[in-house]
Design a protein around this ligand. Structure first.
Ligand code: 2AM
Length: 176
């Protein structure tokens, strides 16, 4: 039987923004606050698909390639800590409607194709630290970066030699 792959739809961060975020993160959090997510792995998940077959991946890839959704920008002006999953995240206080609609569309297509979707409301975020299960002090503010989404992608998550890597399998433009 062909192997299932762990896939998700996400927005990538441009490389210069990745570097700005990791520099600021190193200055803003204690070394023992949590495990820093690697610069190249910083992303905003739109829909998590889980471990899925090639056939399901191909159906969802076809659907994604037909999506005509507008490009958008958002201020990364929110910061939070979820102690239970141990995640410190960067997010936005005013999620653009186009972001919410794209995530909702992808999540409903995923659900219709048998990918279990969380019942929790979509909370757009970029995970910065993992394993952050202890109380911690968050910086009072963020540098207020802007994330511009001109495309979205299908990513594979692989765990190899103790490291998680996300590989972009396909990406599709958003309409500007
Ligand atoms: P997280 O950053 O909040 O952990 C790849 O694992 C991406 O899919 C991560 O961004 C992760 O969000 C997201 N994701 C959403 N639901 C998930 C789940 N049930 N298991 C693992 N990752 C999930």
């Amino acid at each position: 039987m062909p192997e299932a792959r762990r896939l998700f739809f996400a927005l990538a961060l441009p490389k210069p923004l990745q570097q700005q975020v990791i520099t600021w993160r190193a200055e803003s959090f204690a070394a023992d606050a949590g495990r820093p997510v690697a610069a190249a792995n910083l992303h905003m998940t739109l829909a998590f698909l889980g471990e899925i077959s090639e056939q399901k991946a191909s159906v969802l890839t076809d659907i994604a390639s037909r999506i005509q959704s507008p490009a958008f920008s958002m201020q990364l002006d929110d910061l939070g800590h979820w102690p239970r999953p141990g995640v410190v995240w960067l997010g936005t206080r005013r999620a653009p409607t186009a972001l919410l609609q794209l995530a909702s569309l992808l999540r409903s297509h995923a659900a219709r194709n048998g990918c279990h979707q969380s019942t929790l409301p979509f909370h757009p975020h970029i995970s910065l630290l993992r394993g952050a299960t202890q109380p911690l002090a968050l910086p009072a503010s963020t540098p207020q970066w802007t994330l511009t989404a001109a495309d979205f992608g299908l990513y594979e998550s692989r765990f190899h030699q103790g490291r998680t890597r996300y590989q972009c399998l396909h990406s599709w433009p958003l309409v500007s």
